[in-house]
Write a protein that binds this ligand. Structure first.
Ligand SMILES: NC(=O)C1=CN([C@@H]2O[C@H](COP(=O)(O)OP(=O)(O)OC[C@H]3O[C@@H](n4cnc5c(N)ncnc54)[C@H](OP(=O)(O)O)[C@@H]3O)[C@@H](O)[C@H]2O)C=CC1
Ligand SMILES: CCCCCCCCCCCCCCCC(=O)[C@@H](N)CO
Length: 300
């Protein structure tokens, strides 16, 4: 009897494994692809751009500061793998005016072709106790981190649907998986990205478009250094329970997950545990991911 039950379970698992390639998307081919990275002039975004460029992609960098953009362009171009590759720089604030964002993306697409992968990485943070954070920071962070991801995505989605292909990445944060002391202005903006991503994924999956939400831990970047200057002690102590990552490592993971079309993207063992603990009803991209959530959620 026991043997029969065991055989039954093995058969089910084998069956699930057999059908799993049917539900996971075909990997995106980066050579020759047009990749747009907002926040591509610094930190994680810059490393994502470099990673894609090394794999043969054409890059559009979007950020505000033109000098930083040009400097980054030069840095990226050192990694070219063929002489056709282009790095295009666009200076625009992704959070202010939708029309403007739509326009610059139209220009970029005229030059480098339709966007195959959009990485929404532009973002910023403010930490402090709720009562100490300036009231206008709440609005500013929501504008940059949330609307600044809505606008570029909204501007490319119709073409992606027409072409029946495309990938969009939203760079959330571990602070978008759980609320933490000091992050009352920042965390909600990163939670919002997950809501957007889940809803959008449901809409665009029939069009072969795949969404990835990345939840990086603290990562050694200019933005992180800036944040650390005013971070409350409590926040520092809590954050130290999770390690500080290198931007190159985080970027590699995000690019890999975007290529594979994985919905959840996390780094390291605490990233793994957090993703299981906070999986909720967000889409799974493989049978194993679903099984692991069911098996491990209670234990963790
Ligand atoms: N570093 C970390 O510890 C973690 C970071 N993240 C998230 O990853 C993303 C990147 O972080 P990180 O690399 O540290 O950031 P950086 O501060 O190093 O870089 C931010 C980038 O975004 C651009 N940017 C900022 N605001 C705007 C805007 N309004 N319009 C257009 N571009 C803008 C900046 O250029 P410019 O100022 O010239 O516009 C820059 O290129 C952020 O969304 C952040 O929240 C998530 C988890 C951990
Ligand atoms: C069982 C699971 C245990 C896991 C423990 C996890 C503890 C959480 C630490 C979270 C650190 C905060 C990251 C915010 C990063 C960020 O977005 C800013 N640095 C942006 O600049």
């Amino acid at each position: 009897m026991l043997l029969l039950a065991a055989a039954f379970i093995v058969a089910i698992v084998l069956l699930l494994y057999m059908v799993s390639p049917l539900i996971s998307p075909k990997p995106l081919k980066l050579p020759g692809a047009h990749v747009v990275v907002t926040g591509g002039s610094s930190g994680i975004g810059k490393c994502i751009a470099i990673e894609c460029y090394k794999q043969g992609a054409f890059i559009t960098l979007i950020a505000r500061d033109e000098n930083k953009l040009l400097q980054t362009k030069k840095e990226i171009e050192k990694y070219s793998v063929n002489d056709k590759q282009v790095v295009l720089c666009i200076s625009v604030d992704v959070s202010k005016d939708y029309e403007q964002v739509e326009n610059v993306l139209k220009q970029a697409q005229e030059k480098l072709g339709p966007v195959d992968l959009l990485v929404n990485c532009a973002g910023t943070s403010v930490t402090g106790k709720f009562e100490d954070i300036e009231v206008n920071s709440f609005e500013r962070l929501m504008a940059v981190n949330y609307l600044g991801s809505v606008y570029p995505s909204r501007a490319v989605i119709s073409t992606m649907k027409e072409r029946r292909m495309g990938r969009i990445v939203f760079v959330s944060s571990q602070a978008g998986q759980l609320g933490l002391f000091g992050y009352t202005a920042y965390s909600p903006t990163k939670f919002a990205l997950r809501g957007l991503a889940e809803a959008l994924q449901m809409e665009v999956k029939p069009y072969n478009i795949y969404i990835t939400v990345a939840y990086p831990p603290d990562t050694d970047t200019p933005g992180f250094a800036e944040e650390s200057k005013t971070k409350p002690l409590e926040t520092k102590l809590i954050s130290e329970t999770s390690s500080v990552c290198q931007a190159e490592q985080v970027a590699r993971v995000i690019v890999k997950d975007a290529i594979q079309g994985n919905f959840n993207s996390f780094v390291g063992s605490d990233g793994y545990m957090l993703s299981i603990l906070t999986s909720g009803m967000s889409p799974v991209t493989s049978i194993t991911e679903g099984l692991q959530q069911v098996r491990l959620a209670k234990v963790l």
